[in-house]
Design a protein around this ligand. Structure first.
Ligand code: FMN
Length: 310
């Protein structure tokens, strides 16, 4: 038995599915962000019941630390953050410790070019990391980030696949040509897709007309959940069979069940954890375990059931 901090317990080998070769004790995975930039936090997220944790995106050249801010909105959050400021050496040492302790940490990585990302992926996996997420779709880079085309996705994915054999997911944002971008990632060697990264959002001060945060940045939280649900539902209905980790607006156990129902294999939670990180994660994890136990069956029984019914 794996006993979690809140005293709940999950039978070892309980069928909570697998992603990227990691056997999960829960389909609830903590997504990449500021909260996963520290070893201590990552360890505490596991104590709180995370099935896996994705690190803040590691980048060999994260650029000057600038105007990285968060703005809470009634329906979620805008953030202008980019990449981890920790050095790759620091991350590799940390990832080695996680691997030695058998913790299912997914290293999120990005770089300025496909060749640099392949170098980074090789370094990170040499430090024992058993799974990666390519965080190639961050829109908070200066100028709104590059246009995410299938060709760009293919170039990054292919470069990494050529240099590492560990399983990896490509994280994409919903929006234009998403099916083509997914197909490009899978054809180029990805093992899974994470959907969705933040999407472009803007907030304006009604009194002054001033654009808050100084521009359009990443929008996350409950406001994007129906959009991501619709996208995953549509992709599955159209026959997409690749493993998908859902990401967007999860706040409670019901949200986890909804994402599994439309065909996600695991479900990431991030923005909700900016309020009472530990209690919120424990609530989602335990709430989902209790809900599943009460209705009987396994995670696998839930995956895709909405699509089968439609
Ligand atoms: C403050 C903040 C920082 C984030 N940093 C990263 C990051 O470094 N890499 C990444 O792939 N996604 C990052 N994300 C995106 C989240 O991992 C997640 O995909 C997105 O916010 C949607 O899920 P949510 O609504 O549960 O937050 C960040 C999100 C927020 C709000």
């Amino acid at each position: 038995m794996t006993v979690t901090e809140e005293g709940g317990s999950t039978p070892e080998g309980a069928d909570a599915g697998q992603v990227l070769g990691l056997r999960l004790t829960s389909p609830v995975v903590v997504g990449s962000g500021l909260l996963t930039d520290q070893e201590r936090n990552i360890r505490r997220l596991f104590e709180g019941g995370a099935g896996a944790v994705v690190t803040k995106t590691i980048h060999p050249n994260p650029g000057p630390s600038g105007n990285e801010r968060l703005l809470r909105l009634p329906t979620g959050m805008l953030n202008s953050t980019t990449y981890s400021r920790r050095s790759v050496d620091d991350w590799c040492a940390m990832l080695r410790r996680f691997s030695d302790d058998g913790l299912p940490v997914i290293a999120s990585v990005h770089a300025d070019s496909p060749a640099e990302l392949a170098d980074l992926a090789e370094r990170v996996t040499a430090s024992g990391s058993g799974a990666l997420e390519l965080g190639i779709s961050c829109l908070n880079e200066e100028g709104g980030g590059p246009e995410d085309t299938p060709e760009r996705v293919a170039a990054y994915t292919e470069a990494v696949r050529q240099r590492t054999s560990v399983p990896f997911s490509v994280k994409l944002a919903i929006g234009e040509r998403v099916r083509e971008r997914i197909d490009a990632a899978m054809a180029s060697g990805a093992d899974a897709i994470t959907l969705s990264d933040t999407i472009v959002g803007l907030a304006v001060d009604a009194d002054t007309g001033e654009v808050r945060l100084g521009g359009a940045f990443g929008y996350s939280g409950p406001g994007i959940k129906p959009l991501v649900l619709a996208e995953i539902f549509g992709l599955r209905r159209d026959g997409l069979t690749v493993p998908v980790m859902a990401s967007g607006g999860v706040e409670d156990a019901a949200d986890v069940a909804e994402y599994l129902s439309v065909g996600a294999d695991a479900v990431q939670v991030y923005t909700a954890l900016h309020r009472n990180m530990h209690a919120t994660l424990r609530g989602i994890r335990r709430g989902f375990d209790d809900w599943l136990a009460a209705r009987g069956g396994t995670v696998a029984d839930l995956v895709g059931r909405s699509v089968k019914r439609s």
